[in-house]
Ligand binder design. Structure first.
Ligand code: PHE
Length: 348
């Protein structure tokens, strides 16, 4: 037997086999086939015993060297396969840095939230606390303690959603006035604003909604006067509509204030000259206000001979509509992003 010839043949066969191998698993099989325990090369060792002793070392060495060569060939193939695999992976995962990136649209707080925050900011700067109350309210706090006993005709001004005989969805934020005065026990001054959602049985249209937002204000102290109210409202008007605004108070009626007023601000579009926005009057109504009625103070535990107060309530949607020329209140509630995104930026 010519061992060198056999090895040569095996080597050619190995090279051929390796050429066709593309996967590491397949390489394992080739390895077992050519240098494993049962490989022809290993089996050649069996012939050793038939050789004369002096030839045995050379024979063994030849086979061992062949094994090493075969091993090196297999290793080289392994490296080629791994390199190819890596090259492929890199190719597949190549990032084209010149492509435009994905674009993310940044959200924005809702306009009503922003206006409320602006009003809160203004009042907190003047030392007011922000108070909130429940949207499901008792008839007693929503009406009775605000000087609106049952059967009072002014209850019709605020058509209500009753849940039971004594509970309703609050029709205004004024019950938070009562809640706070009761909490303070008639013993200390009050200076609060109360933002929140209110409900009325209105038919929805461009200027009415069965649900909307108000911000209420209440100040009760021993020397609170109408001029304090006027100064405060002027500050609100300037803050929301610009430094040049003026206000006027028109006598009105609310059961919980006496005297009561509707408050108008000079039209920011025509500066008071008259235009279509203010219906040629030069003024736009922005809120209701007045001096807290003695009955309200007394019902909430305040001694009306010692304390006086003023209160006001404004509709947040109305302020937003006037400020931004929004023509339909329903825009606030449908969550059309084309609307919402027009009010990006600014505070909060
Ligand atoms: N609560 C009144 C309303 O909703 C507004 C208001 C509040 C008026 C406080 C005067 C004083 O119509």
């Amino acid at each position: 037997m010519d061992v060198n010839k056999t090895i040569k043949e095996l080597e050619v066969a190995l090279k051929e086999a390796l050429d066709g191998v593309e996967k590491i698993e397949a390489l394992q099989d080739v390895k077992a086939q050519f240098i494993g325990k049962k490989a022809d090369l290993s089996l050649l060792m069996r012939h050793m015993k038939d050789l004369p002793n002096e030839e045995k070392p050379a024979f063994g060495q030849t086979i061992n060297e062949a094994k090493q060569r075969f091993s090196a060939l297999i290793e080289a193939r392994r490296e080629t396969i791994l390199a190819k695999k890596m090259a492929n992976k890199l190719k597949k995962e190549t990032i084209d840095v010149t492509l435009p990136g994905p674009s993310y649209t940044l959200g924005t707080p809702h306009l009503l939230r922003k206006i409320t925050a602006e009003i809160e900011d203004l009042f907190m700067g003047m030392g007011y606390l922000v108070k909130e109350g429940p949207e499901i309210e008792s008839d007693e706090l929503n009406f009775e303690k605000l000087n609106l006993p049952k059967e009072h005709p002014a209850r019709d001004m605020q058509d209500s959603f009753y849940l039971t005989e004594d509970t309703l969805l609050r029709t205004h934020t004024s019950p938070v006035q009562v809640r706070t005065m009761l909490e303070y026990g008639g013993a200390k001054p009050v200076k609060i604003i109360c933002p929140g959602v209110v409900y009325r049985r209105d038919d929805d249209d461009a200027t009415h909604s069965h649900q909307f937002m108000q911000v209420e204000g209440l100040v009760v102290d021993e020397k609170t006067s109408l001029s304090d109210l006027k100064g405060t409202l002027l500050a609100v008007a300037k803050h929301m509509f610009g430094e040049d605004r003026k206000i006027r108070l028109r006598p009105s009626y609310f059961p919980f204030t006496e005297p009561s007023f509707e408050v108008d601000v000079t039209c920011s579009q025509c500066d008071g000259d008259g235009c279509s926005m203010c219906k040629q009057t030069g003024y736009i109504e922005i809120l209701g206000a007045g001096m807290v009625h003695n009955n309200v103070l007394e019902a909430s535990g305040y001694d009306s001979s010692r304390y006086q107060g003023f209160a006001f309530g404004m509709g947040v949607e109305r302020i937003a509509m006037l400020k931004y020329g929004i023509d339909d209140i329903r825009h606030f509630y449908v969550n059309d992003l084309r609307f919402n995104h027009q009010f990006k930026g600014g505070k909060s």
